[in-house]
Write a protein that binds this ligand. Structure first.
Ligand code: NAD
Length: 351
């Protein structure tokens, strides 16, 4: 048995429900892969504000830094909504984790299953064959640059260094090497100086990966192509704000927020894994949430941090099979609740 340590942060709202179902499924594939996972559950987000007055305590951050991976549900909810800058907010926990763990790349795969093509807002012939991965730079750019306000004037600054671009580009090329060997870099190099540096550096990194095809497109064109020809993308790599917007646009192709996983990676193999959706306070506690995005996030964790790619494949196959056989939660127009979906996955995994 190989032993690994995972910190679990169920968070708020539907977070604990979806995390519990994912852990049930992971336990089965991990045991078969001779992987012994020690789960250490901690508070983060609104629940941590209630208990400790802060969304992320130093102890929890230290536990996350020492772990092989961090597995997160979702945080936030109306109880902690505030516009008072002096009050703690749940998402400060997420930002604290990103910076404390040095997570600079966010990975979001989008691969709509044929059984759900009709749930997409796009016509089936447009989405057929779509299997893409958005790699978004997470710790630089306009969200982190100098900002200010003077009277009626306000500004935000977009800055990137060569090193920041190099490391996220490497993640994208390495991911492409495991996929269909194509990287599309998205920028606004016809206008922005930071984008011109971006294009230069991604091109340089590309020369180190001669087996991977690289093209560059402008962000406005990328926004159009994502709905026009999504199946032509493999890996998309882009800066923080463009990635924020394009990854949400790409997410809509699948037709359900309840199916989208994500990973955030830094240097080394540790990472943070979480569904793309939030804490869904409107359905929290009703037992209606779809745990599949969280299960698929666990699959990414097994693949990228815990070195158990076969176990990851099995989880993904079980989700695909359940959907192909008609298992549908309410977000997909069905009736099955959180536990019923979890039971179905456990059954398909052979228990
Ligand atoms: P949301 O993703 O929580 O919910 C949007 C809609 O999708 C809701 O109708 C919800 O019921 C539905 N939904 C979401 N996940 C679902 C699932 N697994 N199964 C079935 N239906 C699902 O987004 P929101 O309503 O904008 O935000 C709610 C709270 O979550 C806010 O406090 C927000 O700040 C927080 N949030 C947290 C994260 C995170 O933890 N990473 C991300 C986004 C939003």
């Amino acid at each position: 048995m190989r032993e690994v340590n995972v910190v679990v942060l169920p968070g708020d709202g539907i977070g604990p429900e979806v995390v519990a179902e994912a852990i049930r499924a992971v336990e089965i594939v991990a045991a078969d892969a001779e992987l012994a996972i020690t789960w250490r559950e901690e508070l983060m987000g609104g629940c941590s504000i209630d208990a400790h007055g802060t969304a992320l305590t130093d102890d929890v951050l230290a536990a996350c830094q020492a772990a092989d991976a961090v597995f997160l549900g979702a945080v936030g909810g109306p109880k902690w909504d505030t516009t008072d800058p002096a009050k703690p907010r749940p998402e400060q926990g997420l930002l604290g984790l990103r910076s404390g763990l040095g997570l600079f790349a966010n990975l979001r795969p989008v691969k709509p299953l044929e059984a759900l093509w009709d749930a997409s807002p796009l016509r089936r012939e447009r989405i057929a064959g779509t299997d893409l991965l958005v790699v978004r730079e997470l710790t630089g750019g306009i969200y982190f640059g100098a900002r200010g306000r003077e009277g009626d004037r306000a500004f935000d600054t977009c800055e990137y260094t060569r090193g920041e671009i190099e490391r996220v580009a490497e993640v994208a090329f390495e991911a492409a090497a495991r996929r269909r060997a194509k990287v599309t870099s998205v920028d606004k190099a016809n206008v922005l100086e930071s984008s011109r540096l971006w294009r230069e550096v991604v091109t340089d990194i590309g020369t180190r990966h001669p087996g991977i095809a690289l093209d560059h497109i402008l962000v406005d064109n990328a926004a159009m192509q994502l709905v026009n020809r999504p199946s032509e993308f493999d890996v998309i790599v882009t800066e923080n704000m463009f990635g924020d917007i394009l990854s949400d646009e790409a997410a809509m192709i699948t037709g359900s927020i309840g199916l989208l996983p994500s990973a955030s990676l830094g240097t080394g193999t540790a990472g943070l894994y979480e569904p793309v959706h939030g804490s869904a306070p409107d359905i929290a506690g009703k037992g209606w949430s779809n745990p599949m995005a969280t299960v698929l996030s666990a699959a990414m964790m097994l693949r990228y941090s815990l070195e158990a790619p076969e176990a990851a494949d099995r989880l993904e196959a079980a989700v695909a099979q359940a959907l192909n056989e008609g298992a549908r939660s309410r977000d997909l127009g069905g009736e099955l609740g959180t536990t019923a979906i979890g039971d179905r996955l456990v059954e398909l995994l052979g228990r």
